[in-house]
Design a protein around this ligand. Sequence first.
Ligand SMILES: Nc1ncnc2c1ncn2[C@@H]1O[C@H](COP(=O)(O)OP(=O)(O)OP(=O)(O)O)[C@@H](O)[C@H]1O
Ligand SMILES: [Mg+2]
Length: 690
Amino acid sequence: MAVLAEMNKEIHATMNINQLLRILVQKAGVGVNFERCLIYLLEEDYLRCVAWIDRIKREKASIIEKRVGFRMDENAVEVLVVKMGKSIYVENTLQDKRVSPKMLRVSGTREYGVSPLIGRKSVLGVLTGDKFYSKDPILPEDMESLQLFAGHISLALENAMLYEEKEKFNKILEKTVRERTSELARAYQDISRKMTKLSSFYQMARLLNESLEQNAVLEQISTLLGSLGYDAFSVTVLQDGRAKNVFRKGLGEDDERYLDYPLPQQVPEEFWASPQVLVINDNSLIRLPPGYMEYCQKRKIQSSILTPIISNGKRIGVLRVYSPNPDAFADEQKDFFYAFGQQAGAALENAIIYQKVVDEKNHIKTISTRIEQENLYLKERIKSEFVIGRSPKMAEVMDLVQKVAPTPTTVIIYGETGTGKELIANAIHEMSPRRGRSLIKVNCAAIPEDLIESELFGHERGAFTGAYEKRIGMFELANGGTIFLDEIGDLSMKTQTKLLRVLQEQEIQRIGSKAPVRVDVRVIAATNKDLRKRIEEVKFRSDLYYRLSVFPIKLPPLRERKEDIGTLVDFFLNKYAHIKQNKMKVHPEAMNVLLKYSWPGNVRELENVIERLVIVSRNDAITLDDLPRELWNDATTNAPAKHLGEAVREYKKNIVIQTLASAGGKKSKAAEMLGLPRSNFSRLLKSLNL
Ligand SMILES: Nc1ncnc2c1ncn2[C@@H]1O[C@H](COP(=O)(O)OP(=O)(O)OP(=O)(O)O)[C@@H](O)[C@H]1O
Ligand SMILES: [Mg+2]
């Protein structure tokens, strides 16, 4: 029993199975008074001999590393003991059929005992013992103590095995914990990276939306990229189909030539094909446009990342970030840059729209100031330069003007060049309730055929090549006021059709827009052409003609209202008096020529002649010599042979007109100058139809 106590004590000193087995087998051998003992342990379906002691030959027990023992389907007492869980005493190995001959060969003993090592749940193995050397008999007490030791051995072994298992488990657990820890660390890193990304996204969105001004937005893009460590980049935007480099940083300013290429030639084909972020870490790996290669080589750019700038799902440009290092950009950055490109796109588009609104506002402002100034000037002119002419024909005209002016009726003014069509149009507007609003003048003959429509009706952005901006047409500008369509006979048939629609429906359609815009515009047209003849030539639409002819006013040529010449001459002498700081007179002889001349250029020609005369004549009065030759010739050759009475009458009339002109229209003064009593002069005027 002392041995058992000692064994128990030593058992606790170690948890190493081999060492334990050695102790166990040794102590058991001593305790049970056997000479040789063996421990077999069950390893799956093999009962392996693991330790043994031969107390006669050596003191210490040995561990058996080799695989010796029995398969569990072999015929052996040891196997039987495991299967039954009971001790067996073999009295004669030679006669006992249960004994394995293999064991017999090795041990050579005649008598031996085998006890099972019974664990908590199953049999662990067996302990055998014999008295080979002394050949003493194995007594029943020996078998009992073999069994007792076997019990203790099982306990110790099971403990050790559990311990070992626990250690193994601990190791697994530790490993798992270690793995989980690094996994967690990775996740944490990931999250913190995401957080940084998120916060830069947030910052980006906030910063980019801070300003509506394109330059400010670009500065902010630059600041953001700078804070992320990128200091060489360019921003190119597509504007009206053209690439515009709107921002560059950290790149040489020299070679601008490359930047003139259209955008698809500035970027690799692959990038243009799909709106993805493209990382170029090795310039030789990708088919780059030659311009791009040259650009990179010149700047020692080794890698770059190309990001589409996207707004409303449309590519509006490209952000290029460059690095002098190879492999500066990784695929993981693509998501970030893609989102950056979208944010930047939204901000830039906003800025571009904002700029357009500002531009348009300015455009309208410029136009309205121009119109205001023009109107002011016109008002001045109307005040000082009223329509001159007391001839019956002009009186008729002025009567019509007065009647039609207050109505919204469309008016067409016919008349040769220089007869005062524009002047009459001004008068109608000024005498109408629209006088405070704009009078927009369009010279239909002066505007190129391909521009006239957009000039009149306006266009949407991109309505045709060259339509970079939205434009408001003259009709819209004249809204509430009057539009004066001068030289209407020169409009193309196509534009005539559109004009007809406007006149009928009082609404216009900007080119490139489907939505009609209602306008309230009074139309005054003018032409020096014979519109009926143009209809015959199929150059003017007859329906437009009838539409315009609601209220025609025909201005007589000056030669048909010579009575007005004197007044007009006087009027223009006044007008140009400032040139010589003195109002000039016209010598009667010179006046006679002016009256006889046929004035193909009408009032404009007369005005020009007077202005020239005021400048060239050296004296206070304009003499015959001052007059241009063509006036003379025309005045004399054009004079047809007349009856004396008629000639005298005409002569008288001319004299009276001249005198009236010199007298500034004052009848009493003219009578005095002619040496006639006032009453005679009045009668004379009447007889001359003046
Ligand atoms: N009755 C008038 N009284 C004063 N000035 C006149 C008169 N008629 C014409 N004028 C002047 O003659 C010039 C030419 O007139 P206006 O431009 O109105 O002619 P128009 O018929 O429009 O000529 P065109 O067909 O060549 O355009 C202007 O300077 C205008 O002020
Ligand atoms: Mg005119």
